[in-house]
Design a protein. Structure first.
Length: 191
């Protein structure tokens, strides 16, 4: 891959949501490639704090029901929207696969918690770039129900869910976007 191709990949990665996903499962070997690339993220003390739970088949539907019911249970009746409930309910079903993004703190707590969360986020970025390169759209959603995901996911002691990585094949996974000019976000210090 050339530098220009890498720049294009990084600059065209976008959040792409389940309504756009094609009705196509993501093969296990493709998921393994995406996950393996995630594990090459930098992490302090090599704690590898990321943990992933891959949901396919009926497990995706169970997640959709869990998230939809959590929305219903935690939304005041006057704010509840049936359309939103159904959209949440179908997120898993419309996805080619869903990965629960989890973190397990270093038992000795050597790195600060934010450093381990950053490592997990970098792992997800590696996964996202890999998915984009493979024509797979994705987004990382962190609904409030993620904090209670242990009700439907096997979580080890000290492990917690930080959200869900919804993925699916799409017609065009690369979507260029404009960003603010560099000089509006960067200060150069040379003295």
């Amino acid at each position: 891959m050339t530098t220009e191709e890498l720049n294009d990949l990084i600059r065209s990665r976008r959040s792409i949501y389940p309504p756009e996903y094609l009705d196509k499962e993501i093969p296990k070997d493709v998921l393994e490639t995406i996950l393996t690339n995630g594990t090459y993220a930098p992490n302090y003390f090599r704690t590898e704090p990321w943990r992933f739970k891959v949901l396919t088949g009926e497990a995706k539907n169970r997640l959709g029901r869990f998230l939809a019911e959590a929305y219903k249970a935690n939304t005041p009746p006057e704010d509840f929207r049936e359309k939103k409930y159904n959209k949440i309910l179908n997120k898993g079903k419309k996805s080619g696969a869903v990965i629960a993004i989890c973190m397990k703190r270093d038992p000795q707590e050597r790195p600060k918690e934010w450093e381990e969360m950053a490592a997990v986020a970098m792992a997800v970025q590696n996964m996202w770039l890999t998915a984009t390169q493979l024509g797979i759209g994705a987004y990382w959603g962190t609904p409030p129900a993620a904090a209670k995901a242990g009700k439907i996911l096997p979580l080890d002691d000290g492990e917690r869910c930080l959200g869900f990585f919804f993925m699916g094949y799409v017609e065009n996974a690369r979507r260029p976007d404009k960003r603010l000019p560099l000089n509006e976000r960067v200060v150069w210090l040379d003295e």
